[in-house]
Design a binder for this molecule. Structure first.
Ligand SMILES: Cc1cc2nc3c(=O)[nH]c(=O)nc-3n(C[C@H](O)[C@H](O)[C@H](O)COP(=O)(O)OP(=O)(O)OC[C@H]3O[C@@H](n4cnc5c(N)ncnc54)[C@H](O)[C@@H]3O)c2cc1C
Length: 280
């Protein structure tokens, strides 16, 4: 799984398949018939996969499901589409609203699940509705309200839905203006984030009233390492893989960080990164 996660960490999956829309219901049915557990991943940019890997079948929602259609200011995007591609396509068509997402290295499906957001924008602001498939292979269209989007949360995980596509409502705007905003946000990312090391983005959610990165920095943990995992020296909100980090290294590091921040400031840090698979 290290090949399928931006952390470059994770043991082997028993079975791995990249789905397209035609094969997906059949795969789900066969897995259910054979009682094989199914794990869904997108671009693997918010995942920590255990060193023991993942039992059962991993279904990647990626390139096979990355169709984009545009009608007026509504963009229908396959769940496997990378956010960078979706944002660039919107810009090409003079459609604004996705600028915030251009630098998030996830898929549209993963972004819906996480209600991904940055620089004052979030998926919640642009979603009209989302098509999902249930584990029984039935299609459903969920309205914005039904998605229950809040900070890094949607109803998708608890219902075990699989996002197939999203309809996004965008606004007409001059392409040059859209590109200016995208360029500015890109530069802000390059300046602030440790993009030269593998990571899964912000390790912890933002606790109410605080910034996780600042709490970690103020606790004196900048650069703190366990094995190949390190609290980024550039941005303490990120744990980076300096080379050869295992999932155990990351978990130990995260636990140490949580304990120290609790001890120093009495604030509980909750992981933003999703942990899946078998941890030793
Ligand atoms: C350098 C870096 C910067 C980042 N910056 C940001 C940022 O600014 N803002 C932000 O919000 N996030 C950020 N992230 C985190 C991450 O990119 C987002 O959470 C992204 O939305 C995850 O999408 P993904 O396709 O990679 O999902 P994955 O990591 O593959 O999966 C995340 C969760 O979604 C589920 N999932 C994925 N696809 C589907 C689907 N089609 N149907 C059902 N479930 C699905 C998975 O099971 C898992 O629970 C950053 C990450 C990195 C590495």
């Amino acid at each position: 799984m290290s090949k399928h996660t931006t952390f470059r960490i994770g043991g082997k999956a028993d079975l791995f398949v990249s789905a397209d829309e035609k094969s997906l219901p059949q795969l789900l049915k066969e897995a259910a018939d054979e009682k094989i557990p199914v794990t869904i991943i997108g671009n693997g940019s918010n995942l920590l996969v255990g060193d023991g890997g993942i039992r059962g079948l991993v279904i990647e929602i990626g390139k096979g499901m990355d169709k984009i259609e545009i009608s007026d200011n509504i963009m229908t995007v396959g769940a496997g589409t990378l956010l960078s591609k979706a944002a660039n396509t919107a810009a090409e068509h003079g459609l604004s609203g996705m600028e915030f997402a251009a630098g998030i290295p996830g898929s549209v499906g993963g972004a819906v699940v996480m209600n991904a957001g940055a620089y004052g924008g979030e998926m919640k602001d642009i979603i009209m509705d989302v098509d999902v498939i249930t584990r029984e292979g039935e299609y459903r269209r969920l309205t914005l309200e039904e998605l229950e989007l809040s900070y890094r949360h949607s109803c998708i995980i608890e219902n075990e839905y699989i996002v197939v596509r999203a309809r996004l409502m965008l606004q007409e705007k001059d392409e040059a203006q859209i590109r200016l905003v995208m360029e500015d946000l890109k530069n802000r990312r390059i300046e602030k984030q440790p993009l030269n090391f593998p990571s899964a983005g912000s390790t912890f959610k933002r606790p109410e009233g605080y910034f996780a990165g600042k709490l970690i920095m103020d606790a004196g943990l900048r650069g703190y390492s366990v094995g190949g995992a390190q609290v980024s020296e550039k941005h303490c909100g990120f744990v980076v893989n300096k080379g050869g980090a295992t999932a155990s290294d990351v978990v130990k590091l995260m636990n140490d960080v949580r304990d120290k921040v609790m001890e120093e400031f009495g604030v509980e840090l909750e992981p933003e990164v999703k942990m899946i698979g078998e941890f030793n």
